[in-house]
Design a protein around this ligand. Structure first.
Ligand code: SF4
Length: 460
């Protein structure tokens, strides 16, 4: 988040808005403000509601604020890496909140260390803070310099004495949108944040653009030459909230279209369609609409247990499945069930869910997945650290079916997925294809080497 709200307590507005972005990260949350050049910050581990209270929100004075909910990719989940990161510079406070993952972070990190700059965290975000301070010129020029050095996914909000900035990497991997709020403006990862604070959608920040927001209004310029756009398909399939809008389409509607494509491509001889809630729900609705099969709830989700996929360790993810779902026996007994899920990543959720449906009396369980099999890791901000962790990275569809104990299993094809997205290109599909949108040999040579070679003193 980034908010410029003259006379309106930007820190408090950011606190409200961050609740709507909680699904993007649950490790840590933070808000930094600038009050005529005096910086205020509060951050901590856990959910927004756990980190903030009236006492600390009331200290976040000023018209300018940035905020963050953290989902750890580069660097561990600890408090040290919580964002925003903020430092003092000759030009006043400099705060940065980052969504994404730099693919050349370790190279940049090494370069900074060689120049004698000490690093306090293991995250790629701190690297960008130092690249900004090391560059010359005004903040706009420094951001442009950063954009020539950073490779990978970076949607940023930046806090300075007099302005906030929004920055989107030249590929546009992660979303960043601009909203209008009375006399000010708002930046957010998703449009769902706007409704919480009464802001109105203005437009998306395009790949390579920088937005500067201050008392003279909104000023957008091209900070770097845009590359072939590579917006993350997974934002549409899973990550973003269904009430957000990407590319002019409500995410919920896009997911319904994907469900309809799935039904056309992989119908099932069954009695009912059951979603894996919540992220599989719109896909299942689309599947049911297309097939004419009744849509029925078969799994009740405990909404007070975090999302299993974005919890930082495998152990936490596995125990989370049992705690998170309960079957509705009356709806399932004797029925041939199509269980629709948005994706299968590690395969830790699907097997226990299939078993849960069977234990509750389902006669058959046919699993349909609203995206292709995920075979390759993501280096751009979704935590799929290695092929070993991805079940489709080392098993065929038939082997996965056996592993999860389903009667049948099918994944949406790339072609059908792109039809569902109503796009021919402009999306990153690297985790389905292994075709990364970087020409850089550096990326292949340096970033795919074993992790141990990049061990830092923080041990993560
Ligand atoms: S590799 Fe997959 S998860 Fe990562 S940015 Fe590309 S589409 Fe998104």
């Amino acid at each position: 988040m980034g908010i410029y709200a003259p006379g309106k307590d930007a820190g408090r507005l950011t606190f409200f808005a961050l609740h709507t972005l909680q699904h993007r990260g649950q490790d840590a949350a933070g808000i930094a403000t600038s009050d005529n050049g005096v910086a205020h910050i509060h951050k901590g581990q856990g959910l927004v509601s756990a980190v903030f209270n009236e006492d600390n929100v009331s200290t976040l004075k000023g018209d300018l604020a940035i905020g963050h909910t953290r989902y750890s990719t580069t660097g561990g989940p600890g408090l040290r890496n919580a964002q925003p990161q903020i430092i003092e510079t000759l030009g006043g406070p400099l705060g940065l909140a980052h969504n994404g993952n730099l693919v050349n972070a370790n190279i940049l990190r090494r370069q900074l260390l060689e120049r004698g700059i000490g690093l306090q965290t293991s995250s790629d975000t701190e690297v960008m803070v130092h690249l900004l301070t090391q560059a010359s010129g005004d903040w706009m020029n420094r951001i442009k310099s950063l954009m020539t050095q950073a490779e990978g996914a970076f949607a940023l909000t930046i806090l300075t004495r007099d302005a906030i900035y929004g920055v989107r990497d030249p590929w546009g991997f992660r979303p960043l949108v601009i909203g209008k709020l009375d006399d000010g403006y708002v930046l957010a990862s998703e449009t769902c944040a706007f409704s919480a604070i009464g802001a109105e959608f203005v437009r998306e920040l395009e790949p390579g653009e920088i937005a500067r927001i201050d008392d003279s209004g909104l000023h957008v310029e091209q900070g770097a030459v845009p590359k072939q756009r590579a917006f993350c398909t997974f934002e549409q399939i899973y990550f973003s909230r269904p009430d957000s809008i990407h590319d002019g389409n409500l995410v919920h509607s896009t997911r319904q279209r994907l469900g309809r494509e799935l039904a056309r491509e992989h119908p099932a001889d069954a009695d009912i369609v059951v979603p894996v809630p919540d992220s599989g729900t719109p896909h299942a609705v689309g599947f049911a609409q297309e097939t004419g099969l009744p849509y029925t709830e078969g799994l009740i989700k405990n909404r007070y247990v975090g999302r299993t996929f974005i919890e930082p360790t495998q152990k936490l993810r596995e125990s989370g499945v049992q705690m998170k779902f309960n079957p509705l026996g009356d709806n399932l007994r004797g029925k041939r069930v199509v269980m629709v899920d948005d994706s299968i990543v590690r395969g830790t959720t699907s097997g226990p869910l299939v078993q849960m449906l069977r234990n509750a009396g389902a006669a058959e369980v046919h699993v349909r997945v609203a995206c292709p099999a995920i075979t390759d890791p993501c280096y751009m901000g979704v935590d799929m650290a290695s092929s070993d962790e991805l079940i489709a990275g080392h098993k065929t569809v038939e082997e996965i079916r056996q592993h999860i104990g389903a009667d049948s299993l099918a994944f949406l094809s790339i072609e059908a997925m792109m039809r569902g997205l109503e796009a021919e290109d402009g999306y990153c599909n690297a985790c389905f294809t292994g075709d990364y949108p970087f020409e850089s040999e550096r990326f292949v040579q340096l970033e795919l080497r074993p992790k141990e070679q990049f061990a830092n003193v923080w041990g993560d």
